[in-house]
Design a protein around this ligand. Structure first.
Ligand code: AMP
Length: 396
């Protein structure tokens, strides 16, 4: 079955065409600068990457260009659109409504719309992508795969904020968590690699990318995660602050004469390792600057690792133990230095890295030493494949 996986942002659209039987990527790419000018990046399996500057005023034109590229007689991956059996859409926020992926109909679209105020930057863009695909591929089944769904198993004590209860009742203010597709994929893959039943393991997944979150997976279910109502809570990230005392918002707003929206912008876009280092939000730049003696870049790295380690410790407590700790996403898969800095804090749990294995990058691998009590793994995440699997699963 050929599944087109679509991840639609406000001005971008990432796509992959995946054969869900062989799990091969047939073609992939992205549309950037939608509504500004437009650029299509397209690459068929085994082919060269093609970059075309082309006008795409709306997402509908972007999807049209993707479909045209997929059936292009020279470089296309398929002969006709009839070879696309289904579309899997990444949808960021499913609220409390969606605990699993679901086939899209008008009712689902309305339910996604109804929780859009919880993710005003993401859900509207996801919906535009869905509408554009419906328009251009009428009759093709489509699935919504939610970032929040995997975390809907969290118990009340983990997802509630200690605020007046009526905010939950009236507005559903609570922790939702994100990166669920990745946490689910990686924790399952870890069980496979370890040859243990998924339902028997206590796993902590550290998804460390530009956005970063941690998840405690007990017996195959998410029981806690570091992101909250929005993806701002929790770890120090590329440009997001993660946890701060909420009083800081009021204090800074007053001192800098900022309104709430401006303060939120600072927390989302000008903070994290970027805000601390003043160098970059990219961990490679931070590492380079720290190596050259930049003290603030070094501090940013140290703060990032310290926060991750504290969360791992708290989730080991929440699960009354931990069998496996997984590192994934851009930083987690590539930076042995960051993994090592984090794991040093965790020796008390029985974590011990195999130095040679930890030098590797971007492969499925156990990186703890053979005598370590807690297994540490590097597991490259693959959210597109997980979305394709979910979509194919719904159609079976
Ligand atoms: P993601 O959001 O998962 O795509 O991850 C993006 C982040 O991964 C960026 O901050 C990159 O700097 C970081 N990254 C990618 N490769 C490396 C590397 N070799 N070492 C450190 N960080 C990396």
């Amino acid at each position: 079955m050929n599944i087109l996986v679509i991840n639609c942002g406000s001005s971008s659209l990432k796509f992959q065409l995946i054969d869900s039987d062989s799990e091969q990527v047939l073609a992939k790419g992205l549309c950037e600068r939608i509504g500004i000018d437009g650029r299509l990046v397209y690459q068929a399996a085994g082919g060269e990457k093609e970059i075309t500057e082309v006008s795409m005023p709306t997402h509908t034109e972007a999807v049209k260009l993707v479909l045209d590229a997929l059936i292009n007689p020279n470089t296309g991956a398929i002969k006709s659109l009839e070879e696309i059996d289904a579309v899997g859409h990444r949808v960021v926020h499913g609220g409390e409504e969606f605990t699993t992926s679901i086939l899209i109909d008008e009712e689902v679209i309305q339910a996604v719309e109804s929780v859009s105020d919880l993710a005003p930057l993401h859900n509207p863009a996801n919906l535009i992508g869905i509408r554009a695909c419906q328009q251009l591929m009428p009759g093709v089944p489509m699935a919504a795969v939610f970032d929040t769904a995997f975390h809907q198993t969290m118990p009340e004590k983990a997802y509630m904020y200690a605020l007046p209860y009526e905010y939950y009742e009236k507005y559903r203010v609570r922790k939702y968590g994100f990166h669920g597709t990745s946490h689910s994929y990686v924790s399952k893959r870890a069980a496979e690699i370890l040859g243990k039943p998924y339902e028997s393991l206590k796993t902590i997944v550290c998804h460390l990318g530009n956005g970063a979150s941690i998840c405690a997976v007990k017996n195959g279910k998410s029981i806690d995660t570091s992101m909250g109502l929005s993806p701002l809570e929790g770890l120090v990230m590329g440009t997001r602050s993660g946890d701060v005392d909420p009083s800081v918002l009021e204090f800074v707003a007053e001192k800098e004469n900022l309104d709430m929206q401006q303060v939120m912008n600072v927390l989302n876009k000008e903070s994290g390792v970027y805000g601390i280092s003043g160098v970059s939000s990219d961990f490679r730049d931070i590492e380079e600057a720290a190596d050259q003696g930049n003290k603030r870049a070094d501090l940013a790295q140290e703060m990032f690792c310290y926060r991750v380690a504290k969360y791992v410790g708290s989730y080991a407590a929440a699960m009354n133990g931990v069998d496996a700790i997984c590192f994934t996403a851009g930083v987690g898969e590539n930076s042995g230095m960051i993994r090592e800095k984090i794991c040093v804090y965790l020796e008390y749990l029985g974590v011990k890295l195999d130095e040679e294995a930890n030098k590797k990058r971007g492969v499925d691998l156990v990186i703890s030493s053979s005598d370590a009590k807690v297994k540490v793994l590097m597991v490259p995440t693959n959210e597109e494949l997980a979305i394709a699997r979910e979509t194919a699963g719904l159609l079976k």
